[in-house]
Ligand binder design. Structure first.
Ligand SMILES: Cc1cc2nc3c(=O)[nH]c(=O)nc-3n(C[C@H](O)[C@H](O)[C@H](O)COP(=O)(O)O)c2cc1C
Length: 310
């Protein structure tokens, strides 16, 4: 079974992906956060994130978000120009600003729009497509109306995050509904949602032996070693995990420094990782990281926390 890194806006951008892959590895494919076409343009930040010169991960798939073939086209032009031949279509994003425009999970109550988008995708002959989706926007049965279009499109896989758009992340993922989708979907299926430990990965593998793989988002931010742990079949000792987290952290600092000027920009970028990273890190070690006001104080707090943890 394969393991994939889920796209997370604000977190799994090029620097994180490159450094995660070189320091930890163990992941079969990375997906970029969604690229969007808005107000007649693609944000320069999003363009930088997919540019080949900024990416060292071999199995990188750009993800796009669009409601119509017209919105899809400029995004396809960008990824074609950068030489990609695989694209993931986002039908799962629940951010209200996107969903309101029938982007992401906002597309799920509209089978005709989904079919039009998939038809348009088939027109890009040099590309293989995959879909990342939820069960529906407000009903866990919505996927059933989409299934004919999904099943007849030549997709590489479908990654299913079995929640509803309206639930955002509140309720637990609906594994029973996932099982029904897995049964009905004719494409290879990837499970996504709330996988945070080696035991979770092994449990899903046992419960659903036909899975193509598991896609992990927040769990990989929390424990970046999950991929290696899966390939080794055991958890890493805390000491080794902390050493690798320090290495990843140092490399991210080096990768981000040329772009993020000054204390505020750097700390604003890095602190959110510590809302997820190493969830069992004692509060007394995490707090100084989150409270640091300068890069120097922040670096000392990180090193102290990673040394003090084991
Ligand atoms: C901050 C944040 C940003 C996200 N950005 C994206 C995105 O750009 N594209 C996407 O398909 N899903 C996005 N997601 C959803 C995740 O990829 C994933 O489906 C979700 O977090 C459930 O998986 P997990 O429990 O392993 O994190 C985002 C989720 C979060 C919390």
């Amino acid at each position: 079974m394969k393991l994939y890194s889920a796209p997370l806006q604000g977190f799994t951008e090029a620097v994180w992906r490159n450094v995660h892959n070189s320091v930890f590895g163990g992941i079969d494919g990375y997906f970029t956060p969604f690229l969007r076409y808005e107000h007649g343009e693609i944000r320069s930040k999003d363009i930088r994130d997919v540019e080949r010169k900024n990416n060292t991960v071999p199995n990188l798939v750009p993800q796009i978000i669009a409601a119509t073939p017209q919105e899809m086209h400029p995004l396809m032009e960008l990824v074609a120009k950068e030489g990609y031949n695989r694209v993931d279509i986002n039908m799962g994003c629940s951010f209200p600003l996107q969903a309101r425009k029938k982007h992401g999970a906002g597309l799920l109550p509209h089978p005709d729009m989904v079919a039009a988008l998939l038809d348009a995708a088939v027109g890009y002959k040099d590309f293989a497509f995959s879909v990342k989706m939820r069960l529906g926007w407000e009903s866990k049965e919505e996927w059933r109306a989409l299934l004919p279009a999904l099943n007849s499109a030549p997709l590489e896989h479908i990654a299913m995050h079995p929640r509803l758009g309206v639930e955002q992340y509140k309720k637990p993922a609906d594994v029973e509904a996932f099982a029904e989708f897995l049964e009905a979907c004719k494409h290879p299926v990837i499970y996504n949602g709330d996988v945070t430990s080696l035991a979770d990965i092994q449990r899903f593998e046992q419960q659903f032996p036909s899975l193509k793989g598991i896609m992990i988002g927040r769990g990989l931010l929390a424990n970046p070693a999950l991929g290696i742990e899966y390939s080794l079949g055991r958890e890493l000792p805390v000491e080794e995990l902390c050493r690798l987290v320090q290495e990843m952290h140092d490399e991210m600092f080096a990768g981000l420094s040329p772009r993020l000027q000054g204390n505020t920009q750097f700390l604003t970028k890095m602190k959110p990782y510590w809302e997820h990273l190493l969830p069992t890190l004692p509060k007394r070690l995490r707090k100084p990281i989150l409270k640091a006001t300068t890069i120097e104080k922040y670096q000392v707090a990180v090193t102290t926390a990673l040394r003090g943890f084991w």
